[in-house]
Design a protein around this ligand. Sequence first.
Ligand code: ZN
Length: 474
Amino acid sequence: MSLSVIDMVKGMFSTSTFPYKKVMIFFTLCDFAFETYIALRQYKVLQNKDKKLPHVLKGKIDEQKFKDSDNYGIAKAKFNFVSNTYDLFLTLYNLAANIQPKIWNYSILISSIVYSSIFQKSSSTFPQFSLLTQNILFFNFSVIFTNLLSLPVSYVQHFVLEEKFGFNKTTLKTWIMDTIKSNALIVLLGSPILYLLGWLLDKFSDNRNFVLYIWLFCLALQITMFLLSSTVIEPLFNKFTPLEEGELKTKIEDLAKECGFPLSDIFVIDGSKRSSHSNAYFSGLPFLKKRIVLFDTLIKDSSVDEVVAVLAHEIGHWKMNHTTKMLAISQIHFALFFKLFASTYKNFYLFKDLGFVVDPTQSQISHTGDVAVVQNFPFFVGLMLFGYLMKPTDSIHNFLFNLYSRHNEYEADEFAVKLGKGETLCDSLISLHVSNLSTVSVDPLFSKYHYTHPTLPERLGALENKITEQKKKN
Ligand SMILES: [Zn+2]
């Protein structure tokens, strides 16, 4: 990013008159209005009783399934509207009632009590030692607080919406255990990551090689997460069983050999424990051996050739280096984000307008009313505030990312066609859509904004064209 853009953003943010909180509220409302507008467009499409089944699906999906998928789409749209309104209310309340500064206050209070009792020292010697600790406590409290507030939405989604359409296979016990495990993971993994990030920001944010350091950090983090996700995180939530010997395994191994795919293992996971939606994916670092993971629901609902066709598509993603490219894009995105963040976040006015007080002339933490006055900029608070300010860029980023992701899906489909699996892939996509009740009727703006995959009619249309081209070539 050129220096002039950074200077411009810096200049804009560094004035005492800039109405940060009002701008954040404005962005939040705009975001809500835009999402509601496209959701309404989608709702109208779903409610239209005169619409016809797209021609590529004629004779392939029966009318009843088409209606069922619309009803599921309508129920999801209503649910999303309620949950978005709930989120909007929480965000506005959070900003208006200064909830985050209160959590920050408690983080300082608790860390100073713990410090005094462990080191038997007065908490007045605390500030220099503790900024990172306070930030990490703040992060953990904030995340747990936000996650607790999102529990009602998650409950309704699993036990009302998905239950009604027969997808929910989660028991209350599994749901509670999943919630506990995912929160524990955030605390256990998030804390050391933030510690390192905070240390980097503290030491190098003014250094000219900062982008390089932060990029190396993000790269190391992503590699670690890649390694941890298949070995530690996923097994916490699902049971991985090696695929038993038989026709399916042989055909997958043959396919991998044909494409030069570095296959290490094939696992089946008990996806049906939580939901009857079906899926397949591969995992593993770029340039190293990979494991293929199949949902038990996919194997149950599809023929052997259909599962193999789905995997031909997945291997297409590998062959075209989609994962590596996505990784590279996210690295660049992270580096730019942190560069801009590091150059702008030390801003008294931003903190003050949002209810946080930073005063470097203070020698120790003090309190005015119930507001803690600290002498250093708390980076995680800054990160959160910066995230709010950058919200409009999130929507643009999301839109571009989905555009690129859909492009990759077409490429992977084309790869499957080249392997002679186009027709079977069409069949398996249709049966996956039918069993997942995925919405077939989609408003174009809604799908462009929300969908990482092209819609079923779009994909089938493109696949048919490629199959015809391929037949002409042969
Ligand atoms: Zn794909």
